[in-house]
Design a protein around this ligand. Structure first.
Ligand code: ADP
Ligand code: MG
Length: 387
């Protein structure tokens, strides 16, 4: 508890863009997010006042970080489970708790549990040898190999078309699971929040568009998603949040197939598929995550407009117009674009920000948001005035 304000101190392990945007929400609630930053240049470390420098794999650093925090939560899932258990045993309020978080840390644990819960999942198996993969494929290539831990943005996911390709991944030595390659119609995300009290709240289900395993675009609500499927996705996410005792935001990444919904993976923190909620919903996922981990009542999740599109800004090739100049042009040409920059150095392919446009027509907001993001990435394309 902050002695001046009497308001709680929330500690977030990790100081990337999610922590940066959570800090932004914390300010409005009278708080100042404490962050554990591995690097003083991390996005949230640049803007928060209460920065502890230290690594998330260092138990001593985690301990001193947690001292004085009402609750410790996460910007990523890379804290070793044994450290989380140690902190919880010492009385630190770790949320989501270690036993819940494990399902977002380890894809094998997640698949095992969801299968046991009867949640629709791709056909999958744990594998340790290339023969296991061959037996799983049964001649039906390609299959999808996934590192059980540590992957993000498609790093740690390999679509392999043969025994030889599978062998190359196995030889790298990372623990793997194998999945059928799902013939998906599109990808959806159901984001919900749950508090210790047990209150749950679900945002409208969104469509996510990925390129090379990276989410590039989010459409809210998912266009032409039938009411029945939308409600089924929300109910599924709430069921998972409750069964796994998740506290905070839970994002359930889904595949829509001709036979219905299939769960891809889980994230227990604010998620890229929820960035649209900053301008597009009554309560943003960042505010909601704070409310949930503090066991405050949750906020309304209703969308504020019929159509919202969020497009990620990935770092482009160096050269050309300066970033500042691109931003200047963009703000002039598209006054409706809401730009979020994460304070990161530009590297090709790295998520450095996002743009959201809110409006009445999905095709229109999508065109505006895409143009704006592309312009920031490479300074080319159409950035004509669109009043
Ligand atoms: N079994 C699968 N079948 C088809 N596509 C898949 C499958 N698993 C993953 N993908 C594709 O790869 C992307 C990244 O996989 P995911 O498991 O979500 O990894 P990450 O942890 O990197 O986000 C997914 O969003 C999807 O586009
Ligand atoms: Mg994913």
């Amino acid at each position: 508890m902050d002695s001046r304000t009497g308001l709680p101190v929330v500690g977030m392990v990790g100081a990337g863009q999610l922590a940066r945007m959570t800090h932004q929400a914390a300010i409005a609630l009278g708080q100042s997010l404490r962050v554990l930053a591995a690097d003083p240049d991390d996005g949230a470390a640049l803007v928060a006042a209460d920065v502890h420098l230290g690594h998330h794999t260092d138990l001593a650093a985690l301990r001193s970080f947690a001292a004085g925090c009402e609750v410790v939560t996460f910007d990523h899932e890379h804290v070793p489970t044994e450290h989380l258990r140690a902190l919880a045993a010492e009385g630190v309020n770790v949320l989501p708790g270690p036993d819940a978080l494990l399902h977002a840390q380890d894809k094998q644990v997640m698949r095992t549990r969801l299968t046991a819960l009867g949640v629709p999942s791709p056909r999958w198996a744990p594998v340790s040898t290339v023969e296991d993969i061959g037996a799983f494929a049964g001649g039906e290539w390609p299959v999808v190999l996934k590192a059980t831990r540590g992957g993000y943005d498609g790093r740690g996911v390999w679509v392999v078309g043969s025994m030889a390709e599978a062998a190359a991944v196995v030889d790298s030595g990372v623990p793997l699971i194998v999945e059928e390659r799902v013939r998906l119609v599109r990808e959806l995300s159901a984001v919900v929040a749950r508090s210790p009290y047990g209150q749950v709240a679900a945002w409208p289900v969104v469509e996510t568009v990925q390129e090379d395993g990276i989410c590039v675009e989010v459409l809210a609500p998912a266009p032409d998603l039938g009411e029945e499927l939308a409600v089924a996705a929300q109910e599924l996410a709430i069921r998972i949040a409750t069964a796994l005792d998740v506290v905070g935001v839970l994002a359930v990444e889904l595949f829509e197939t001709s036979a219905g919904l299939v769960v891809n993976e889980l994230a227990m923190r604010p998620h890229n598929s929820g960035h649209w909620t900053i301008e597009g919903a009554v309560t943003s996922q960042f505010e909601q995550h704070l409310r949930a981990v503090l066991d405050y009542p949750l906020g309304a999740t209703t969308a504020v407009a019929p159509a919202v599109c969020m497009v990620n800004v990935l770092g482009g090739e160096p050269g050309g117009m300066s970033f500042d100049e691109r931003l200047h042009h963009l703000l002039a040409a598209e006054p409706r674009a809401k730009v979020h920059l994460y304070g990161k150095a530009v590297r090709p392919g790295r998520k450095i920000g996002h743009v959201t446009v809110v409006g009445d027509d999905m095709a229109d907001v999508r065109r505006r948001a895409r143009n704006a993001a592309r312009w920031l990435v490479d300074g080319t394309g159409e950035m004509e005035e669109s009043a």
